[in-house]
Design a protein around this ligand. Sequence first.
Ligand code: TRP
Length: 494
Amino acid sequence: MATSINAEALNESPMPAAVQKQAQAKQTVDPYNVSGEVGEDGVMKAIDYSKLVEEFGTKKIDKELLERFERVTGKKPHRFLRRGIVFSHRDFELILDRYERGEPFFLYTGRGPSSDSVHVGHTIPFEFTKWLQDVFDVPLIIMMTDDEKYLFSEKRTIEEVQGYCNSNAKDIIAIGFDPAKTFIFSDFDFVGGAFYKNIVRLSKHITLNQARAIFGFNDSTNIGRIHFGSIQGATSWASSFPHIFGTDEKRTTQIPALIPCAIDQDPYFRMTRDVSARIHYAKPSLIHAKFLDALQGPGTKMSASVDESAIFMRDTPNQIKNKINRYAFSGGKDTLEEHRAKGGDTSVDVPYQYLRFFLEDDEELERIRVSYEAGEMLTGELKAICIRELQTYVAGFQERRAKVDDEMVDLYMERRQLKWAGNPKAPIVVPKVVQQADGAAAEAKGEQGEGGDGKLTKNQLKKLEKQKQIEAKKAQKAKEKAEQEAAATAAQEA
Ligand code: TRP
């Protein structure tokens, strides 16, 4: 069978119109478009990830880096890392350096709430992020870009994306993030204060020309879209979150983020890294994932609006079974004889590719590959294994999701201190964030290894007292100024 979607494959896996529509001539991967190259024969090719690494100027994750990861963390790399699904990075080794030395960093990822229909593809970066949080024991910030999904759609209303934001937050919580270490926020709610200052700092350093070059905007692009990158970018800076990292910008601007994301998000952070360097802020590090192909095969991406393209997290076991059996593109041969003689092509076979994402056991996966390629295992058998794994994965999710209510969402979204310990072998000098009565956070440095108990040393109390006095003075001055101005206006009007 051919290596991609073509007329022949269509007979077996009817390709929905919306998936077909993704087809374009050249490979396109940016935050708003993802599709493989379409050859002269009209066949869409798989996304060429090596080309992306070259074009974007990122680094491939290689064996040495994974070995170092294992040495430094004592943890076996996640199956996504072992199998090249999380395949590329920027400065990940700097994060390992910091972890080794007990220096702080945090995780940042996000989701654009564009619909209620979360599919297995959406959960990949989040699964990986959860694992990173467990391994590194650091704060995690999850950004819900409701504003982005409003700006980048002709139809969606603000109320609509806010609804998606709430239900998507529940889906994300159901992945299993530790509430003590995780802060989720919506742009509509959180923009302001230190975060907004950073947004403006970032936007001041980006020209229209640069935004055009990075994102392909034109003269008809609404200006909200052009500005949006500074919002997604500013979340990479720890100083946007004084309630977590404290208010000492000398220190917080030097705490980098590690951003796990799908490779299409890289342009935002290329831009952010550039500005970070210019204003002497810590540059975010990145670690990039590949996409999970749509059921229709290589070069297609799951679409939340096309039911036949994806396995959704609310699908029943039966729906999962039917979708895989009916739509999953197969690398098997057309006839039993041919399959037995030549074997299947695992490189394009959707059920096999899904197993690479979801089957934990390396040896079992290898046995399946060998057997399928030798023509011993048949398509139906392979599909049955894939169905079983996906049913288990989705059922686990649904069980956790059923327990997530609005109260829990409020808990994760509340501005509050987080608790984390970092590398047990190199205790972090944890900044103590002290919640003040007015909700602002004051910070004092703790001693090694005593982070998180909330008790204050004499020095910290002194500092707090001083800060309170300064605040009081400021408030007094502001009041006087306001009174003077009011008097002046009154005089003018008189
Ligand atoms: N723009 C992303 C989306 O549309 C959401 C997002 C915001 C994000 N910040 C991020 C994704 C950081 C990955 C990492 O889904």
